[in-house]
Design a protein. Structure first.
Length: 234
C-alpha cells in the first residue's frame, strides 16, 4: 500500500512489564518508529519499510481484531510473541522489597508454546499480510507475595518480567511455513494422538495445533479415530 503516515508522537498508556519495552528496543532498526499512532491506534513499532510490528507478551486474543483490521486494510503486520525457554524466578519481600530468593523455573517453553495462545487468535494462521514471529528468550520474572495475586497463585503478584537474552527466533506466514509443524513423512489423516506422539508433545498440545490449522482453513476434518477427529490438508 502507499506510504504510512505517523500521526504524531505518542505514549502507550497501557500498563506493561519491562519485557515488552525491551523487546521493542531489541527489534527496532535505524529508521523505525516506536509507539507510532496509525489511524487512531498506537502501533508498537513501525518499520522504515512500512511493516507494522505488534509485540504481545501475553494474550494474543487481545490484539486479534486490531491486527486483522490493519491487515485487511493492506498493511503488513508482524506479531511478535516471546516464549521463555529459560526463566529465573525471583521473590521479593512484600514490605522491604528485598530479594528473598532466586531459583530457576522447572517449566521450559518451546516453539509449540505458541499454540497455547494461538488457539485464542487462530485467524493469524496463514492470514493475508500477517506474519507471526516466535522469539525464544531467557527471562527473569519477579514476584511478591503481598496477597493481591490470584488465589491459585497463592497471593503471588508478578511485579515484572524482564528480558535477559534472545536465544532464537522463527517466523511463520505462508501455509507451507505453518504446515511445517506437521512432519512431511507423516501420512494423513492426522489425529492429535498420532501428531502428539510424533512430535513428543502429547495429544492435548497437538490438538491445539490441529485446531488452529482447521480454523484457519489449512486443514479440514476427514473423519474420526475413535472419539478424536482426524484431519487432512484442505
Amino acid at each position: 500500500m502507499g506510504s504510512i503516515v505517523v500521526e504524531r508522537a505518542g505514549i502507550n498508556l497501557y500498563s506493561e512489564y519491562s519485557l515488552h519495552a525491551q523487546l521493542k528496543e531489541y527489534l527496532a532498526r535505524p529508521g523505525d518508529c516506536l509507539e507510532a499512532p496509525i489511524e487512531g491506534k498506537v502501533i508498537d513499532l513501525v518499520r522504515a519499510d512500512g511493516e507494522l510490528v505488534e509485540v504481545q507478551t501475553g494474550h494474543l486474543g487481545q490484539i486479534e481484531s486490531k491486527v486483522l483490521e490493519f491487515a485487511g486494510k493492506g498493511y503488513r503486520v508482524r506479531v511478535v510473541y516471546p516464549v521463555s525457554a529459560v526463566r529465573e524466578l525471583r521473590r521479593l519481600d512484600p514490605v522491604t522489597h528485598e530479594l528473598l530468593s532466586t531459583r530457576r523455573s522447572p517449566k521450559h517453553g518451546d516453539i509449540y508454546s505458541l499454540f497455547d495462545e494461538l488457539v485464542h487468535a487462530p485467524e493469524f494462521v496463514a492470514a493475508q499480510n500477517v506474519a507471526v514471529e516466535v522469539i525464544m528468550i531467557r527471562s527473569v520474572e519477579t514476584k511478591m507475595r503481598d496477597g493481591s495475586g490470584s488465589w491459585w497463585r497463592k497471593g503471588d503478584r508478578t511485579v515484572d518480567r524482564e528480558l535477559v537474552e534472545v536465544l532464537s527466533s522463527c517466523s511463520f506466514q505462508t501455509p507451507r511455513e505453518w504446515l511445517s509443524f506437521i512432519p512431511e513423512n507423516l501420512e494423513p489423516p492426522w489425529s492429535s494422538v498420532v501428531l502428539g506422539e510424533v512430535l513428543g508433545i502429547g495429544p492435548e498440545r497437538a490438538r491445539k495445533i490441529l485446531y488452529c490449522f482447521s480454523r484457519s482453513g489449512l486443514l479440514v476434518e476427514s473423519g474420526k479415530n475413535g472419539r478424536g477427529k482426524t484431519y487432512r490438508k484442505a
